[in-house]
Design a binder for this molecule. Structure first.
Ligand SMILES: *Cc1c(COP(=O)(O)O)cnc(C)c1O
Length: 225
């Protein structure tokens, strides 16, 4: 086993527990989604051996190259799609992932629902909110979120279990996470996926049920091309 992976995983879990203890329930617990994008299968294995089972990937093709092999050894893995999804990859995504965190438009919601029905795999989904209304980020606008969640449920028949966001860089994330929590209550969802390596404790303070941690576990990540 790779003791670096064991100790980094233990340290992040400890920080999650301690932040959760400080800020209290709800939620009952916080799920660590280990973001393994850009890291090769052999770099992921030590985390699997150390007991981590929930992972996030942002690209369907890359995930499909790595995870079917890893799943043969670790069949109880749960994979979250945390990157933007094109409708022409929806079928592949439904076959591979267990949770889709990036539902952000009606066309995608409709195609995903159809692919889930076709595959007999109704997956829990999060709606991604563009919480800072940034041009370069995906997600539904905050003001449209509650109505969009409602349409996903009633018109498209998707199971929406939560909201997800990536706050703007370079400004304190707390107010954005608080806004996502308010939207989550208004939309009637149970889960909030918010907080990454640099700000997951703030996410937990604002009620995150899921934190998505990459570089604090796997180390520095080369830029994706
Ligand atoms: C890469 C990524 C993360 C992890 O970021 P780190 O800062 O490395 O923890 C979390 N969420 C999303 C959507 C990502 O693309």
């Amino acid at each position: 086993m790779d003791s670096g992976a064991i100790s980094r995983l233990a340290a992040i879990r400890e920080r999650i527990l301690s932040a959760h203890a400080r800020f209290g329930a709800p939620p009952e617990s916080v799920e660590l989604v280990a973001v393994s994008k850009t890291f090769a299968a052999d770099e992921i294995v030590p985390f699997l051996e150390a007991g981590q089972r929930v992972f996030g990937e942002n690209r369907v093709q890359e995930a499909n190259d790595k995870w079917p092999g890893l799943r043969e050894r670790f069949p109880d893995v749960k994979l979250h799609l945390i990157g933007p999804l094109q409708t022409n990859k929806a079928r592949e995504a439904v076959a591979l992932f267990d949770v889709i965190e990036t539902v952000d438009r009606d066309k995608l919601a409709g195609v995903l629902a159809a692919e889930m029905a076709r595959a007999g795999r109704p997956l829990p989904c999060f709606v991604q909110v563009n919480i800072g209304l940034e041009d370069q980020k995906a997600g539904i606008a905050p003001a449209e979120t509650v109505a969009f969640v409602e349409r996903c449920r009633t018109e498209h028949g998707l199971e929406i279990v939560g909201l997800m966001c990536i706050p703007p860089d370079g400004v304190p994330p707390g107010p954005y996470f608080a806004h996502l929590a308010t939207l989550g209550r208004a939309a009637g969802v149970q889960n909030l996926s918010m907080g990454m390596s640099g700000d997951f404790e703030t996410g937990i303070a604002m009620g995150a049920t899921h934190v998505r941690v990459g570089s604090a576990l796997f180390g520095h990540r080369p830029a994706q091309v």
